[in-house]
Design a protein around this ligand. Structure first.
Ligand code: NDP
Length: 327
């Protein structure tokens, strides 16, 4: 399995398994099968409400052998209701309990968005806290403490815009190892890619297959369909590959980590095999033309209804959603 070397020498597998929307009842089998066919990296989060089942799969796979914990890369995330410095370690310990492990390889701030403690998902504006009420740096200091006591090897962020990431880097004692964001041919984020490459921050690409199984309420009309885009399907036909494999190979060719989600055994194998697919320079040039700055997971679910957050405050100047205005 191809991997990227992080500061301190840790090696992060370039391809992992996403688990958002993998239902309890499905995700156990998916994780067991993934480990059996060669995945060594699982992307988790308490917000996905399936960590206990992922943990059972991990524990039973490790007990069955021959894999050991050190062979795996486990990522999880801090949910929006636990940014308080006194909450961070407790939240991580809950995730470790659920995943049945002593440490994470990577612990990420899930969103630069705050909910009141105990709110899983807001029902009204009152369930939010403004971002200024718990500075991201205070949360980060508590994440750094988790590294110091060995509960996680690396820390990082998700869904930060460049301004937030730059401000964090300027004051962090431990630099973020990874930024996890939406990246695919219709949202290539070249400025973010440059910024992270210059700072030695590894980018992880989420929703890179188009996240078709998102809840209907998160979808917009006339979304681009990455898997049926003619540029992608033409390259797939030429290479004897599938469109999904082309999308994954594109992410890897850009030096980013790819975490496609599936619960289907045949797609687990298909997606993993994409690590061996090499795209031609002409393929990469054709795909680079597809960028529309189009966000599928645009964070609109954190705006409206009295929320202090707006799409503009989340994404700043980087925000464009296929012609829709800023909220
Ligand atoms: P993906 O882009 O990975 O797409 C998942 C969808 O693609 C599912 O419907 C899946 O169906 C289908 N699929 C999987 N493989 C193939 C294939 N080879 N060909 C055709 N369809 C395929 O979406 P996600 O949004 O889930 O993103 C991936 C992961 O990234 C998440 O699961 C999560 O771990 C992480 N993530 C992190 C976020 C963050 O804020 N940090 C936000 C969003 C995602 P099926 O399962 O039936 O195969």
């Amino acid at each position: 399995m191809h991997s990227y070397t992080l500061q301190g020498g840790g090696r992060m597998p370039a391809l992992g398994l996403g688990t958002w929307k993998s239902a309890p009842g499905e995700v156990y089998a998916a994780v067991r099968e993934a480990l059996a066919v060669g995945y060594r990296h699982i992307d988790c989060a308490p917000a996905y409400q399936n960590e206990p089942e992922v943990g059972r799969a991990l524990a039973e796979a490790l007990a069955a052998g021959p894999l050991s914990r050190a062979d795996l890369w486990l990522t999880s995330k801090l949910w929006n209701d636990a940014h308080g410095p006194d909450q961070v370690r407790l939240a991580l310990e809950r995730t470790l309990h659920d995943l049945r492990t002593d440490y994470l390889d990577l612990f990420l701030i899930h969103w630069p968005v705050l909910f009141r403690p105990g709110v899983a998902f807001p029902r009204s504006g009152n369930d939010y806290l403004p971002l200024e009420s718990i500075p991201l740096l205070d949360t980060w200091r508590a994440m750094e403490d988790c590294v110091a006591v060995g509960l996680t090897r690396y820390i990082g962020v998700c869904n930060f815009n460049i301004a937030k990431l730059d401000a964090l880097c300027a004051q962090a004692a431990i630099q973020p190892a990874v930024q996890q964001i939406e990246l695919h041919p219709c949202l290539q984020q070249p400025a973010m890619l440059d910024f992270c490459q210059n700072r030695g921050i590894l980018l992880t690409a989420y929703s890179l297959l188009g996240s078709a199984d998102r809840p209907a309420g998160m979808k917009k009309k006339d979304e681009p369909n990455l898997l049926s885009d003619p540029v992608i399907t033409t390259i797939a036909a030429k290479k004897g590959a599938t469109p999904g494999q082309v999308l994954i190979a594109w992410a890897l060719a850009r030096g980013t980590v790819a975490i496609p989600k599936t619960v289907r055994p045949e797609r687990l194998r298909e997606n993993l095999a994409a690590a061996d697919l090499r795209l031609d320079a002409s393929d990469l040039a054709a795909i680079s033309e597809l960028d529309r700055g189009y966000r599928l997971v645009d964070g609109a679910f954190f705006t409206g209804g009295g929320s202090p957050y707006t799409l503009a405050s989340l994404w700043d100047e980087e925000h464009r959603t296929g012609g829709q205005g800023l909220h």
